[in-house]
Design a protein around this ligand. Structure first.
Ligand code: FES
Length: 106
């Protein structure tokens, strides 16, 4: 199973295996990793699953759709490497992915 590293804002790292087909958000929620709230349950209708993707991984992700771009405008301090984790499907190609959570989710 692909391994994903989630890093909390305070630097606490969580390395977990996430089944292919789940979203990166679901991988965090199922493993009770703090820092990803996912208030809308993955419908791309909030922005509380926001993370900063390690720059080395940006090119390997599925491109953003317009809805994700729009919702990221509402995220806390979005940056170039911001993504909504509910929109990132886990595949073997994402084995080793590193994401960092923002200071808070809004
Ligand atoms: Fe709401 Fe991702 S869980 S946008």
């Amino acid at each position: 199973m692909p391994k994903i590293t989630y890093i909390e804002h305070d630097g606490t790292e969580h390395v977990v295996e996430v089944a292919e087909g789940l979203s990166v958000m679901e991988g965090a929620v199922k493993n009770a990793i703090p820092g990803i709230d996912a208030d809308c349950g993955g419908a791309c209708a909030c922005s509380t699953c926001h993370v900063y993707v390690d720059p080395a991984w940006l090119e390997k992700l599925q491109p953003k759709e317009a809805m994700e771009e729009d919702m990221l405008d509402f995220a806390y301090q979005p940056r170039e490497n911001s993504r909504l984790t509910c929109q990132l499907k886990v595949t073997q190609a994402l084995d080793g992915l590193v994401v960092r959570m923002p200071e808070k989710q809004i």
